[in-house]
Design a protein around this ligand. Structure first.
Ligand code: ADP
Ligand code: MG
Length: 620
């Protein structure tokens, strides 16, 4: 038997590889335009015939190529843009893989003309099917012209796959628009079948946008500009009244490279929330510039996706930049963004920028690089609402005892015992002011009272406080919602999804803004203002579990069950450390309750020790 492995002939290997880079005429347009940009051209002409099927030609006045370079440029992996692996992390050019011209030459008939300023004569090269057919000197102005004829003439399967001229031309215009948008300094033109469709002089970004997207944007663009050490976000966003029913005019560029990002798009959309109808799309042209080392553009030559080192930061910046821009142009009142008035009155928000706050902010150094006028973001970064309410940080631990019955099991009051409950006759029980509280085992709080002292169970007490707060919220005053900086999706089982869907209106009253997002999936857009963000997914899942637990209790309404579940879920857990201030607030809030002494399910929240009993115990 003979061996069967053979090396593919070059031209076939090239054709196969070319399929990845050049999928349709518009891919070639993109590559050729980008090469012209990389060559430092100030003027770039694109000429197409037959939607690029018979001709795609790009003429530039860039640096041009020497005779050797012109020949070399069609070799696979021939590039002048990277020399070593480190260069890969500092890419500032549009291309760098050295694949485009090789691919183009593999699937078309190509004519190249090029001349450098220092050369007398230019170079003319004709290539077909990756083979040089002709090479000779030519008179040519400084720059390069590459004409690609009869794309896929040698790959009929691909040629047959091309769409109608209308569709392919649309794709070409899209690519042209993306490159032209990113480089307003460069003059561009597009001529199709002998007719000039675009003639774009060098100018400002705003002019370029208006030329490309239409005059109706002329007075409707809001300047976006957010500069930091880490990244710059700039560009324009359409005023809300320019929002369209179609998702057309939305452009993101990262280091001048057009990208698609549903994630970043979401950041922009969320900044526009409530300003535009739910089913419409704002216009934006946004540039994100950052250190190339922070991104991975090396994914695939034609990929428009991008990987960021820290996607969440980018999301927050983009969202903030848009909000700020919209606010600045008094499209909405400054600082009011989407913060509920209820939130702004919270003392953490009203409080000045304290040392402690500064420290926390410093922990996220990137926030610091924000310009001062954007301190509103700090509020949204949500680092510090009253932090004794850091409920979630301990919530990975299951609470000691699940509420299991509504019976009042509070039976501590035994005649003559040292222990008593609060409901005895005489002067009402009161906390003493200005005294230190004692925290024991991160679970109990010892608080002096007018009658002796009480031992508060922090988790039980908090459950009571929240239960009353949420009951009131559901009745008359909904809880303020804190928009999540990073919306979180939760996939659920079909059964849980139905259950959650049912609960959404009530959850909203309790400060949860959750929206269905297709099949059994939800997105958490906002959480109650007084709840630390960061653990929403687990919180919702636990809440659902608890709700199921209550589900057997037919005597409760749906809302009652929900409130009980959430109060239980949000309550600060045993074992969670509290500061003096946090303990005081907890004790005060507990005593402000209408029924402070028991949890909703009937467990004690505190035990009171009275002075006279204490004295008797010590034989006094
Ligand atoms: P890449 O852009 O990834 O380097 P290409 O295959 O697109 O790879 O181009 C190969 C090389 O040819 C480039 O690195 C560049 O040196 C040269 N080149 C291509 N187009 C032009 C142009 N319009 N002007 C000057 N040089 C060009
Ligand atoms: Mg290139």
């Amino acid at each position: 038997m003979s061996d069967s492995i053979q090396l593919l002939p070059d031209h076939i290997a090239n054709q196969i590889a070319a399929g990845e880079v050049i999928q349709r005429p518009s891919s070639a347009v993109k590559e050729l335009l980008e090469n012209a940009v990389d060559a430092g051209a100030t003027e770039i002409k694109l000429i197409v015939s037959d939607a690029g099927k018979s001709l795609i030609q790009v003429i530039d006045n860039g640096c041009g190529m020497s005779e050797t370079d012109a020949r070399m440029s069609f070799e696979r992996h021939a590039t002048s843009k990277i020399n070593n692996i480190e260069d890969l992390f500092r890419i500032r050019t549009m291309g760098f893989r050295g694949e485009a011209l090789a691919s183009i030459a593999a699937v078309a008939q190509v004519e190249l003309k090029s001349r450098r300023a220092e050369d007398e004569a230019g170079t003319y090269i004709e290539i077909e099917n990756s083979r040089v057919k002709k090479q000779e000197p030519v008179a040519f102005p400084v720059g390069t012209s590459i004409a690609m004829k009869n794309i896929f003439f040698n790959v009929p399967a691909r040629r047959n796959f091309l769409k109608s001229n209308a569709v392919e031309m649309r794709n070409i215009v899209d690519e042209f628009t993306r490159v032209a948008m990113a480089f307003p300094d460069i003059a561009f033109s597009l001529t199709a079948n002998g007719q000039e469709m675009y003639h774009l002089g060098s100018g400002s970004l705003k002019q370029r946008i208006v030329h490309l997207l239409g005059n109706n944007y002329a007075s409707k663009l809001v300047n976006v500009e957010e500069k930091t050490d880490y990244l710059n976000v700039y560009g324009f966003a359409g005023k809300p009244d320019t929002a369209k029913k179609t998702r057309g005019d939305q452009y993101f560029f990262v280091n001048n490279r057009f990208i698609r990002s549903a994630y970043l798009n979401h950041a922009v959309m969320s900044a526009y929330q409530q300003m535009i109808p739910a089913d419409s799309f704002p216009m934006y042209v946004l540039f994100i510039d950052l250190d190339p080392a922070q991104i991975d553009i090396n994914v695939h030559p034609t990929k428009q996706e991008i990987k960021f080192e820290d996607e969440k930061i980018i999301y927050a910046f983009v969202q903030a930049a848009i909000k700020h821009a919209l606010a600045q142009f008094s499209i909405m009142p400054t600082l009011n963004f989407d913060l509920d008035p209820g939130i702004q009155q919270l003392d953490a928000v009203a409080r000045p920028f304290t040392e402690e706050k500064k420290e926390r902010t410093a922990a996220s150094a990137l926030y610091n690089t924000f310009t001062q006028k954007n301190q509103a973001h700090l509020i949204e970064s949500k680092s510090d609402l009253k932090h004794w309410k850091d409920f979630f940080t301990a919530s990975d631990k299951q609470p000691a005892g699940r509420p299991d019955s509504t019976a009042d099991k509070f039976e501590y009051e035994q005649g003559g015992s040292a222990i008593t409950r609060n409901t005895g006759p005489g002067e009402p029980l009161r906390l003493l002011e200005n005294t230190e509280l004692l925290h024991i085992h991160a679970t109990y709080i010892v608080a002096p009272t007018n009658q002796g002292f009480i031992l508060i169970h922090q988790q039980a007490a908090h459950e009571r406080i929240l239960y009353e707060r949420y009951t009131a919220a559901a009745k008359e005053k909904p809880i303020a919602t804190q928009r999540n900086l990073f919306p979180i999706t939760i996939p659920l089982s079909a059964a849980d999804a139905v259950m959650l869907e049912d609960l959404l209106p009530d959850l909203r009253l309790l400060g949860y803004e959750i929206e269905p997002l297709g099949k059994d999936t939800f997105v958490i857009q906002g959480t109650p203002a007084d709840v630390e963000q960061g653990n929403e997914k687990v919180a919702i899942e636990q809440m659902l579990e608890q709700y199921k637990h209550f589900n057997s209790e037919v005597k409760f309404s749906r809302r009652e069950k929900l409130i009980r579940s959430i109060a239980w879920q949000h309550a600060v857990k045993s074992g969670h450390n509290l500061s003096q201030k946090e303990m005081k607030l907890l004790a005060e809030d507990l005593f402000a309750c209408s029924q402070p002494n028991i949890t909703p399910s009937g467990n004690p929240t505190y035990i009171a020790f009275k002075k006279d009993y204490l004295e008797r115990m010590f034989g006094k």
